[in-house]
Design a protein around this ligand. Structure first.
Ligand code: ADP
Ligand code: GN1
Ligand code: MG
Length: 365
């Protein structure tokens, strides 16, 4: 038995391991697909990055709470959410839902939802509509969970003042000696810093409700079936109290861009308005029933904001010497930041159109 199979054997799962292979494209945890001798069953095994997620116990409690809540709602009221599913966590033989190995690493296992696919980018408006519908459904299904009952897994996760502080500290420290060569990107970030406080200011003024939010609504965190219907939202590590605008914006950043998150050819990176419209239609079809006017009015801005703040975090990590996000090659975080900033520029150029699209959906749905 190799080390990964030994870890699988700690969990209360009927699985004679056939293979354990790296899976997905996450930047923080290590994800593996476990296949078993019985071909009908599979699991997702994940090593939780406990430097990033420092309280694995509370993080696990959040995920259990949310998945059980959704499961209950689907069982009692499932006809309103046809086909929607939520994954099940697998207990460790000691009854907990995570396993701490002798070397101090943390692991969890979840049921693999078969016949599912996820995409790093969205190929058509039909898929974008589905993704929007799925995130809207996730928010609706969790709207009756008290946000304060969830543990704040990473405090101030999308708080722009914290992220700018970290960015400016990375410039001052210049620990990797990269500041001089990164002037252009630093200036780009600084030139937009003021306007990017808008959501935080609204929140601080009490104008945005605190809700249960996902906080990592990358498009590859939606599962689709083989027919292209989105039926589940996964990767619940960062579910905690927050502003819903962050979830909308991050999904647009990844789901309505014409380029990869780390696209080298910046000419290929633009906002695709057809994908933006389709995602927004799918999302608002569900979410219009609970969004406030203030939230709806700021959806288009949230796409600019999330593209900016994730770009800023990539840039900060580049300046710090790549300590946080996994990288595939030298300069990877800088390239990611450049692609985000190019996408942001394209959103700035198309901002009026984006606002008009949201307004037109809002008035006709
Ligand atoms: P990461 O933190 O690495 O992004 P995810 O939980 O998003 O971790 O998992 C990575 C990928 O694994 C997903 O994009 C999806 O393709 C697949 N995946 C994760 N959980 C499941 C599941 N329960 N059923 C089917 N596929 C899954
Ligand atoms: C990280 O690991 P992944 O890819 O699901 C990050 C998100 C970023 C994302 C950028 C805990 O998510 O905040 O938006 O990379 N997660 C954490 O692709 O920092
Ligand atoms: Mg993921």
């Amino acid at each position: 038995m190799n080390d990964l199979s030994k870890i699988v054997s700690q969990f209360d799962a009927e699985c004679q391991v056939r293979s354990v292979e790296p899976f997905g494209s996450g930047h923080i945890n290590d994800t593996y697909l476990v296949t078993c001798q019985s071909i009908s069953r599979g699991y997702i095994l994940q090593r939780i990055n406990h430097l990033v997620f420092q309280n694995v116990e509370q993080l696990t409690n959040n995920i259990l709470k949310i998945t059980r809540h959704i499961q209950n709602r689907l069982e009692t009221d499932g006809s309103r959410y046809p086909g929607f599913r939520v994954f099940r966590m697998i207990p460790v033989k000691n009854g907990r839902y995570y396993y701490k190995a002798a070397d101090g690493t943390y692991w969890r296992m979840i049921e693999y939802i078969g016949n599912s696919r996820s995409f790093d980018r969205v190929a058509s408006p039909a898929l974008a509509f589905e993704a929007g519908h799925a995130f809207g459904t996730f928010q609706k299904l969790t709207s009756d969970v008290e946000p304060g009952s969830l543990f704040e897994v990473i405090p101030r996760f999308h708080d722009i003042s914290l992220r700018l502080e970290q960015f400016r500290l990375s410039i001052r420290n210049n620990s990797a000696g990269r500041t001089a060569a990164t002037r252009e990107e630093i200036n780009f970030a600084e030139s937009r810093a003021g306007e990017m406080h808008h959501i935080l200011n609204l929140g601080t003024a009490g104008k945005l409700p605190v809700r249960v939010t996902h906080n990592d609504t990358k498009i590859n965190n939606v599962l689709f079936n083989q027919e292209g219907c989105a039926f589940s939202v996964i990767d619940l590590d960062t579910v905690m109290p927050g502003f819903i605008l962050y979830d909308f914006g991050d999904a647009i950043r990844t789901g309505a861009s014409t380029g990869e998150e780390d696209e080298a050819d910046l000419n290929k990176v633009q906002i695709d308005l057809a994908l933006f419209e389709a995602y927004s239609r799918g999302y608002l079809k569900v979410a219009h029933s609970f969004l406030t006017i203030e939230e709806t009015d700021n959806l288009a801005f949230s796409a600019k904001f999330m593209t900016y703040i994730i770009g800023l975090r990539f840039l900060t990590d580049h300046l710090n010497g790549d300590c946080y996000f996994k990288t595939g090659f030298p300069g990877h975080n800088l390239r990611r930041a450049q692609a985000q900033f190019k996408l942001l520029q394209s959103m700035e150029d198309n901002f009026r159109e984006m606002q008009m699209i949201i307004a037109s959906i809002h008035t006709t749905e």
